[in-house]
Design a binder for this molecule. Structure first.
Ligand code: R5P
Length: 289
């Protein structure tokens, strides 16, 4: 097995290679002046199991193209097997045709992944209408979760917590974490009017007096979901809020906005960011064994 760090997975690939005592190599990725990508494997991969580690953030589409180029090239260079570890996998929310004429983006990405790879491992994929990865990919797939890492962090750092899921889609993360911590939880009902306009409401009454409020979601993108949830909880008397997410996409100054709203933000390092305090290196390593 050789661990290859794609351009947005280097921080994880190095760590995974160290934990598994496997060789690590960087994928050499350069751009032409017109922004075309050129890539090159810097080691002989013939006959080996190549593990590409990538996270799809920032210029997501460049990450997609780079990964497909790398997978196809690995096969062409004689790799025995090619596995993709996607720390954060994109396009999962575009899993349906919401308006006539729209592209079902996830389907196109999945078709290409099926063609070039043998296996895909994804950390906390945003499965919504598609319930399992088996419905999305034809190749072998594995979903792994950072839930337990978030639970461990909360147990070690936050006394007397109560968990809030900021929308129904966060239910899986919020409920599971609350059960493992052994504390109460509630979900907020969210109505999304646009990408940046959401309204939320608590679905049941919970006791928040003298509790440390913890919000858990799978991802923070613009932060609007959590900002609305924080506003609603403050109206109910909440003082300190800690927001947890697996994937800190954190676009449009989301981190600063959440901090300004009085929240502490903690994420895993599937996407490197200032609030990434929870390392997923061991989680990935276990999935590769
Ligand atoms: C949506 O269902 C997800 O679980 C997140 O709540 C959402 O994607 C977060 O987006 P934003 O931070 O832009 O509100």
């Amino acid at each position: 097995m050789i661990i290859i760090g794609c351009s947005h997975g280097i921080h994880l690939a190095k760590n995974v290679a160290r934990i598994l005592h496997k060789p690590y190599h960087k994928l050499k990725v350069t751009h032409f002046p017109d922004s075309e990508i050129k890539l090159r494997f810097l080691t002989d991969i013939k006959g080996t199991h190549v593990v590409l580690v990538q996270s799809f953030y920032g210029n997501v589409n460049d990450c997609v193209v780079e990964t497909l180029f790398a997978a196809e090239t690995a096969k062409d260079l004689g790799a025995k097997k090619v596995t993709l570890v996607a720390a954060y996998f994109p396009y999962l929310r575009q899993d349906a045709r919401f308006k006539s004429g729209e592209c079902v983006s996830l389907r196109t990405i999945a078709k290409n992944i099926d063609e070039d790879l043998d296996k895909i491992i994804i950390i906390d994929p945003h499965l919504h209408r598609e319930k399992t990865l088996k419905h999305i990919f034809k190749i072998a797939s594995k979903k792994i979760s950072a839930n337990q890492l978030i639970v461990d962090y909360i147990k070690q750092n936050i006394k007397n917590p109560v968990v809030i899921g900021p929308d129904w889609e966060s239910y899986k993360w919020a409920q599971k974490c609350a059960e493992r911590i052994g504390c109460d939880f509630a979900i907020m009902e969210k109505t999304r009017y646009s990408a940046r306009d959401v309204k939320v409401q608590l679905h049941k009454k919970i006791d928040i007096a003298s509790k440390n409020l913890v919000m858990i979601d799978d991802m923070i993108s613009t932060g609007h979901t959590l900002l609305e949830a924080i506003k609603a909880m403050k109206k109910l008397g909440a003082k300190k809020v800690t927001c947890f997410a697996v994937h800190g996409i954190l676009v449009e100054n989301a981190l600063q906005k959440l901090r300004k709203a009085g929240a502490t933000v903690i994420t895993t390092n599937t996407i490197p960011n200032e609030a990434a305090k929870i390392d997923v290196g061991r989680l990935i390593s276990e999935a590769l064994q």
